[in-house]
Design a protein around this ligand. Structure first.
Ligand code: ZN
Length: 301
């Protein structure tokens, strides 16, 4: 029997990564398109898959890991539809409207849940029962994967908007979240760093002070994730985490924040094996999208 084909979409704020893969995960076609309004972007996405289907055969299932907010409840009539996103034109757009022509199942999750799934299966979260994957970039979000499935409540989690403690003497920046001001994302996202210091962390002339401030906010999330979910590991990815030395500062501060309260073999001294950078780098998202599509094929994936 020939392997069935999976169409995978990693829909990000600046670009879409599109791939066609075999069930084994082998990618046989891949492209990137710029994220614009959905009337430009979505037909281009459909054209790629149409062309790939002509060249390689029919696509049996789609996996979509997308920016949000987006409806990820398979039982909802609006499954796969963007909800309140401030991104112009995207509110109300739905992946099914353009991928429906292929007549294949479509599995939709958030971009961060997709990346979490990718890291759990093939990256730094391999062997974990429960993995928490956080991206710190343009936005901040966490996906918690347990045995290959992302956890959710009535909607996906929004860890970027948790309140964090800010010392106004050390950090007078009031935050930039339009809803909360100095929530985690309002303080520690890439745009918050740029607005505060005029540059990314890695390009600052004297990064030591700012790095400590940002590490402290991320460490507050790390400690909260431990207390809420007791994951076997925490992975931190996204553009901000590429700053040299940041992951070490997060380890140090997260351990201090936990204060020795949680004693478990998972939490090694220094958290060198507990708080990790992604194993798949920037490939985590599309890897997760392929795995979501694989689930759409049915059977035990
Ligand atoms: Zn917020």
């Amino acid at each position: 029997m020939t392997e069935r084909l999976i169409g995978a979409v990693e829909a990000g704020g600046t670009k879409f990564v599109l791939a066609v893969a075999r069930e084994s995960g082998e990618v046989i076609a891949e492209t990137r398109i710029a994220t614009r309004t959905p009337d430009k972007c979505l037909p281009e996405m459909a054209a790629f898959f149409r062309h790939a289907a002509q060249a390689h055969g029919p696509i049996a299932a789609f996996g979509v890991a997308s920016f949000g907010p987006i409806d990820i409840d398979p039982a909802s009539a609006d499954y796969g539809r963007f909800t309140t996103t401030p991104k112009p034109g995207w509110a109300g757009a739905r992946f099914h409207d353009v991928l429906g022509e292929f007549g294949a199942p479509i599995v939709v999750d958030t971009d961060v849940n997709g990346a979490a799934l990718g890291e759990w299966a093939m990256g730094a979260g391999q062997g974990c029962h429960t993995l928490a994957y956080t991206t710190v970039g343009t936005g901040i979000g966490t996906g918690v994967v347990q045995d290959g499935h992302s956890l959710a409540g009535f909607s996906h989690f929004e860890s970027g908007h948790i309140p964090v403690a800010r010392d106004p003497v050390h950090d007078p920046f009031p935050g930039r979240c339009p809803f909360h001001g100095d929530c985690l994302e309002g303080l520690a996202s890439g745009p918050a760093i740029e607005e505060r210091w005029g540059s990314s962390l890695s390009k600052l002339a004297s990064p030591a002070g700012p790095l400590e401030i940002i590490a402290d906010y991320i460490a507050q999330l790390a400690a909260s994730l431990v207390l809420l979910h007791m994951p076997d590991r925490l992975v931190f990815g996204g553009g901000v985490m590429k700053t040299p030395g940041l992951i070490d500062a997060v380890r140090r501060k997260a351990e201090a924040r936990l204060g020795g309260y949680v004693q478990a073999p998972q939490l090694d001294p220094g958290l060198q094996r507990y708080v990790m950078l992604p194993g798949l780098g920037d490939e985590a998202g599309i890897t997760g999208a392929i795995l979501l599509g694989k689930r759409g094929l049915g059977g035990d994936h």
